[in-house]
Design a protein around this ligand. Structure first.
Ligand code: C5P
Length: 219
């Protein structure tokens, strides 16, 4: 039997969209496929999965409880309200900044004005808040999308966000990460690390769940 059987696993997936005005937003290239693959693989191991999804074009894995959100603030509320959970896996590409105010009308070009200054404010860090919540899951897993110095940044995040494991993927190279069917992850925890892939996101998801099972059994 899987160590995840009967466990409540909370997964966040996809991008967030931060509205600028009624027709425009700031988004990112996350497809949500990695998170959905993890949700599917966890359900197959008998877990009870709550999937908090940003705006994605993906079918709900059979058996998942899906909560759709749009913005980082909505994702923050949905994730924290879904606690307690045994495990949190934050795969979502959450916006780090959001417009200070959403314009009530479509922003217009002004004749003679060649620049537009948009003021952005920092969003709340969902992963860090889950890791320090009173109802902290036993295992908190984050993702890190990096273009360079993947391991250094990932180890930094592990400590800064007080999480147990981080799955770092290199973005910006062909055939990996965002918008791709395949992925390669460098999974890092306090006293170890393992590379998963390049493989399909489902195979990488199974490898990540194997590592999570190992950590859960030790903890
Ligand atoms: O620091 P960085 O944004 O690169 O960290 C990525 C990890 O943090 C991902 O697991 C992502 O889901 C999470 N995150 C979050 N809330 C934010 C920003 C990132 O949960 N506001």
């Amino acid at each position: 039997m899987s160590a995840l059987d009967g466990k409540r696993i909370l997964v966040s997936a996809g991008p967030t969209f931060e509205d600028i005005d009624p027709v425009r937003f700031i988004g990112n290239r996350s497809s949500g496929r990695m998170g959905f693959a993890i949700a599917e693989a966890a359900i197959a191991r008998g877990a009870q999965v709550v999937l908090v999804a940003g705006p994605v074009h993906l079918a709900t894995p059979t058996g998942a409880q899906r909560i759709d959100v749009r913005s980082a603030a909505q994702m923050h509320d949905a994730v924290l309200s879904a606690l307690p959970a045994d495990i949190y896996i934050g795969t979502a590409a959450v916006a780090d900044f959001t417009p200070r105010a959403v314009a009530g009308h479509k922003l217009k070009k002004v004749p003679g004005q060649d620049t537009l200054v948009l003021e952005l404010v920092k969003t709340a860090d969902i992963l860090a808040d889950v890791a320090t919540a009173t109802q902290r899951p036993r295992l908190v897993v984050g993702f890190a999308a990096e273009t360079n110095d993947v391991e250094t940044y990932a180890r930094g995040k592990l400590a800064a966000k007080r999480i147990d494991m981080i799955a770092a993927n290199r973005v910006g190279i062909a055939g990996c990460g965002f918008e791709s069917d395949d992925n390669t992850l460098d999974v890092i925890w306090a006293d170890g690390q393992r590379r998963l892939g390049p493989e399909s996101k489902r195979v990488v998801a199974e490898g990540l769940l194997d590592l999570i099972e190992e950590r859960i059994s030790i903890a």
